[in-house]
Design a protein around this ligand. Sequence first.
Ligand SMILES: CC(C)(COP(=O)(O)OP(=O)(O)OC[C@H]1O[C@@H](n2cnc3c(N)ncnc32)[C@H](O)[C@@H]1OP(=O)(O)O)[C@@H](O)C(=O)NCCC(=O)NCCS
Length: 200
Amino acid sequence: MQDLLRTLTAPDDLLPEDWFAHPPRLETPRLILRRAVMRDAQDVFAYASDPEVARYVLWEAHRTIGDSRHLLRCLLREYREGRPSNFVIEEKSSGHVIGTIGYMNWKPENASVEVGYSLARDCWGRGLATEALGAVLRHSFENLKVHRVEALHDVRNPASGRVMEKCGMKKEGVVRACARNKGEWVDAALWAILAEDWRE
Ligand SMILES: CC(C)(COP(=O)(O)OP(=O)(O)OC[C@H]1O[C@@H](n2cnc3c(N)ncnc32)[C@H](O)[C@@H]1OP(=O)(O)O)[C@@H](O)C(=O)NCCC(=O)NCCS
């Protein structure tokens, strides 16, 4: 379908909603970011069932593989409906899915979108989230042609802020008690990058 779309329409004519419906395959030196498929469930369960991975995100650690299948069904529905969604992150060396990265809170009137990501614990500290976020920012500005990309992280999770910083995002402040995570209100640091920052 994606190939068909490309032959019928020049990429420049595609709207963000078209890209959400047909996520392209993004490649970095060590990763492939691609649309999710149901057979990713086992890999997703392997990392999403780890409470440490879920600690600072707004979803609960998966208790059964049924939770991972439910997540994947949600992603497939978002693609079908042309809504902002996630790529799965596949590590080239192992062929395994090691995380997700993607979009939420698309605001067409402001051409702004929020990004978020999660990675398997045994992959942390190798620069992989930075590599994945860099690819998604490139896609956001070069293909979706957004004006602003935002990201938020729990203030107790500075590694995530460091990933944003390494990708050229700027910290804009702390949004107090803006989200409820596992029973408690949390403060979140707000980061963003504008198209003009990206061009520089
Ligand atoms: C946050 C997360 C995505 C980082 O992924 P990663 O692949 O380890 O990130 P990178 O290796 O690209 O970069 C991490 C950076 O944070 C730094 N870092 C790690 N722990 C840190 C801490 N406690 N304080 C400050 N910086 C820290 C690392 O040193 C590295 O920076 P450097 O390259 O300058 O040394 C990963 O830990 C994760 O998936 N966590 C669980 C889900 C999650 O919290 N997602 C973010 C939601 S906003």
